[in-house]
Design a protein around this ligand. Structure first.
Ligand code: 13P
Length: 295
């Protein structure tokens, strides 16, 4: 199957009250592990590529070539979207030209008017090309005395304005943070999520799929509650990195790289690869996307 826009899979997830995972990729092993797991579990999937990871993997064209090649050679038939994660305006244009099927433009740190103007420009381009577009609304609050205990929360009015520009999905802070959550984290703000979900969907025929960034370390019950309040896409990155790290560390600490041909990179990277597969399977099960490939 060719790469697809994330629009259909997210609208179906939103309607069916489950979420599609966005798993960030870093290299061939990561990509293969995620694609094979999605196929085995018959789950739609979104491969996330940050600008940094895109550069590391030798540019967006290399990424598109690798992902398309794998889909064909591994006989992947489930829906796969290749998505730019936290893109700049320039990065978004580059990914569109390189053949990505989905884009996130993150104008959340820009003045609101500039975020709106740049998101609008991309809405038009993506519409014409059939590419899905994620926007992010700026966040308020969060840091106190240099300690981020709460995470940041978006303003429902700003969310409404950006949602109405015609984006496919909307990321808005509800107390979520990338990476590990601090000890004093107060959890997701469901009051904020509920307010955003209600305001954004006023007057809409198809409910807007909301995006939850910072999926690593959010307790299962909070994930489920977020899905019940309109979250249809959940991003996970750090947890896969930890899984890979732990498995690789164990292999080396057990001296397996020194036994026989254990130094062969295909053997050395195998435990990490299997650990990513297990982590992705765990998340797809939690998010409820297993078996939804042909929804
Ligand atoms: P984590 O690294 O916290 O899982 O966040 C991933 C993410 O939101 C990517 O955009």
């Amino acid at each position: 199957m060719a790469l697809v826009s994330a629009k259909d899979m997210l609208n179906k997830a939103r309607a069916g009250k489950y979420a599609v995972g966005q798993f960030n990729i870093n290299n061939l092993e990561w990509t293969k592990a995620i694609l094979l797991t999605a196929q085995e579990l018959q789950s739609p999937v979104i491969l996330g590529v940050s600008e940094g990871a895109g550069k590391y993997m030798c540019g967006y064209k290399t990424v598109v070539g690798m992902v398309k090649g794998m889909i064909e050679e591994l006989n992947i038939t489930v829906p796969v979207a290749l998505h730019l994660d936290h893109g700049t305006f320039e990065g978004a244009k580059k990914c569109i030209n390189a053949g990505f099927s989905s884009i996130m433009f993150d104008g959340s740190h820009l003045p609101f008017e500039e975020n709106v103007a740049k998101t609008t420009a991309l809405v038009n381009t993506c519409d014409v090309l059939g590419i899905s577009l994620e926007a992010e609304v700026g966040a308020i609050g969060g840091e106190e005395d240099g300690v981020i205990g709460k995470g940041e929360c978006a303003d429902p009015e700003e969310c409404k304005t950006v949602a109405d520009l015609g984006v496919t999905m909307l990321a808005a802070g509800i107390g979520n943070i990338h990476g590990a959550y601090p000890e004093n984290w107060e959890g997701l703000s469901f009051t904020t999520l509920d307010a955003i979900n209600k305001r954004v969907n006023e007057g809409r025929e198809t409910p807007m799929p909301l995006v939850l960034h910072g999926g690593t370390g959010i307790p299962d019950d909070q994930i489920k509650k977020a899905i019940s309040l309109g979250v249809a896409k959940i991003n996970v990155n750090t947890e896969c990195q930890w899984a890979f790290q732990e498995a690789t560390r164990k292999y080396i600490e057990e001296g397996k790289d020194k036994q026989g041909k254990g130094f062969d990179p295909r053997k050395l990277l195998a435990p990490g690869f299997e650990a990513i597969k297990a982590k992705v399977a765990e998340k797809m099960t939690l998010f409820g996307s297993v078996g939804k490939a042909n929804d």
